[in-house]
Design a protein around this ligand. Structure first.
Ligand code: NAI
Length: 406
């Protein structure tokens, strides 16, 4: 396919992506949408990606280099989730395929859960709920506190952390945060520089940092010991950031009074696998299966957010928000055709491209270039006839990684 024909654009969506995505594609004229209710086995996946121009996945579909190599018609990938480490991003980039995700759509869902858990844990509701279910009536105010006036400590004051702070202030909590970057405090939140001093002040500590080596076990035995006696620890970020054995010991010793854990160092890969954790069965501990961001609203928002990014890319070449690609923002189309050209990021690439266009009678009206690592991406609006011959010439040139027309 040289230029984009929406009806011929094959979109394949895996893992039960919310129907809001299909609605967005259909409204933009893309009717050829195939949906799969789950992730496929690697053999089935390789078969399913052949002939696809767009792939939409969630966290369980692994798009590694081998799978991407099968997808020779692929133009763009949408991760209908936050994380993108299930995709070989470099391999996709080197094939000229941008990858998009939905970094903000479930922020509110996580923030609401965290505040709810903080309030329930301060009142020791998990263990009280458990006792009443067993027929006991332990009516007491011992160890039960209001959230009002308590200090919430947020580690990682990004999209989610800052929303948690805003909600917590509305419930009358005092908010402090610790971040490795300088962040504008919202409301009356206050930044703290020393993690140790921060931990010593907070009645509830909640983590909202990225995963990876830099944040591994930031809540280790020493950090947990620095928390106030009777404090509460909440982690809905990544399983690697809390030393679970140290947390377990702190709960056993009574140093911490409760915890809520949504993410685990090792998480079951499917519903059929059991979770293994020393925290199972502990009083005043809320355990949830990585559902911090999983609400109907967030799924719908994610479906819409990613599908819109994919449509913008397909219809205008814009790559704003792509995680592995030079980013070019939307510009209105000029001239008779728009050429999307991905090339090796080498000296003279732009000159070569412009010369090739000129040799085929194309007058460049507007050009936007961005580079990232090994590739450059240029959107050219041209006047003139962009036929199959021109496109073949552009595609065949050694600097070209990919060339499409919209
Ligand atoms: P973000 O990137 O907007 O914010 C992360 C913040 O952490 C940034 O402000 C960054 O400067 C800060 N940070 C990084 N390293 C730090 C360190 N060592 N100490 C203190 N601060 C540090 O990320 P966002 O969107 O707020 O997500 C936060 C976490 O929540 C991520 O790990 C994400 O994977 C997780 N998440 C979990 C969900 C769930 O279902 N439980 C759903 C959505 C996101």
């Amino acid at each position: 396919m040289t230029s984009l024909d929406p009806s011929m654009t094959r979109i394949v969506l895996f893992e039960n992506i919310h129907p809001s995505a299909k609605e967005v594609f259909n409204a933009a004229g893309f009717d050829n949408v195939v949906t799969h209710a789950s992730a496929l086995s690697s053999e089935q996946l390789r078969e399913a990606v052949r002939g696809a121009h767009v792939l939409g996945i969630r966290s369980r579909t692994q798009l590694d280099a081998a799978v991407l190599a099968e997808a020779t018609d692929l133009r763009v990938v949408g991760c209908f989730c936050i994380g993108t480490n299930q995709v070989d991003l470099e391999s996709a980039m080197l094939r000229g395929v941008p990858v998009f995700n939905a970094p903000f759509s479930n922020t509110r869902s996580v923030a609401e859960l965290v505040l709810g858990e903080a309030i329930l844990l301060l009142r020791r509701i998990p263990e009280k709920n458990d006792r009443v279910h067993q027929g006991f009536w332990d009516k007491t105010a011992d160890g039960a506190f209001e959230a009002r006036g308590k200090t919430l400590g947020i580690i990682g004051y990004g999209n989610i952390g800052s929303q948690v702070g805003t909600l917590a202030e509305a419930a009358g909590m005092r908010v402090i945060f610790h971040d490795v970057e300088a962040k504008l405090p919202l409301g009356n939140a206050r930044a703290t520089t020393s993690l140790k001093k921060f931990l010593a002040q907070a009645d509830v500590v909640t983590l909202h940092v990225p995963g990876g080596k830099a944040t591994e076990n930031i809540m280790d035995a020493e950090a947990i010991a620095s928390m106030k006696k009777g404090a509460i620890l909440i982690n809905a970020s990544r399983g690697s950031v809390v030393d679970i054995d140290a947390l377990n010991n702190a709960l056993d010793s009574g140093h911490l009074s409760g915890a809520a854990i949504d993410v685990f160092p090792v998480e079951p890969k499917s519903r059929d696998e059991a979770l293994k954790s020393p925290l199972i069965g502990k009083r005043n501990v809320i355990l949830t299966p990585h559902i911090g961001g999983s609400t109907q609203e967030s799924q719908e928002n994610i479906g819409r957010e990613v599908a819109e990014k994919l449509c913008h890319f397909l219809l205008s070449g814009t790559t704003k928000g792509a995680v592995n690609f030079p980013e070019i923002s939307y510009q209105p189309t000029m001239g008779t055709a728009r050429i999307l050209h991905v090339h090796r990021n080498l000296p003279g690439a732009m000159g070569t491209l412009s010369n090739l266009m000129a040799e085929h009678g194309l007058n460049i009206l507007s050009q936007q270039l961005q580079t990232k690592g090994q590739i450059g991406y240029v959107i050219s609006d041209v006047e003139g006839k962009v036929d199959d011959t021109v496109v073949s010439v552009l595609r065949a040139h050694p600097i070209t990684v990919r060339c499409n027309i919209v």
